[in-house]
Write a protein that binds this ligand. Sequence first.
Ligand code: HEC
Length: 140
Amino acid sequence: MQRTQLLALLGVAVMVSFAAFTSAQVKKGKTRPLQTKHWMRGVQGPTCSALGNLLKDPGPADDKAWDLVAQHAEILNESSHVLMADGRCPDAVWADAAKQLREGSEAVLKAVEAKNFADAKAAFGNLTKSCGTCHAAHKK
Ligand code: HEC
């Protein structure tokens, strides 16, 4: 085998193992069994939908509804930590999206304290940008 062929082969081998390594982290953490798709399907998706429904016009009707807004925002905030835990995060895009999710949910919670529907709605809009940021790069 020629030197150049050998080098090309080595390059491919490195790329393939890197891709496998990266996708293994994205799909599941290093030590715990939780698969990303199950977290998304079981927690992230339903919680985000429920929060979106509560923040439709004319907004949360009473204290109970505002408490539910807080519940969902707290869970999404926790999710931003889960997504960074157990070696799951593969790169800066992922980390930035998790931060966007964390800061967006914090802003929703701040709006809940003041029961400010317009602020809560705007913060929710920012929160949902995190979904697209991460999915565009990592959801295959
Ligand atoms: C930091 C990265 C990241 C963020 C932020 C993120 N997701 Fe995901 N999501 C993923 C990845 C990765 C997958 C694909 C997992 C797979 O198929 O193994 C996924 C898949 C999903 C799925 C499909 C699950 C299935 O049934 O297979 C849903 C629904 C989902 N995400 C909802 C959301 C919502 C809603 C948000 C925002 C509130 C969000 N995600 C934010 C990484 C993220």
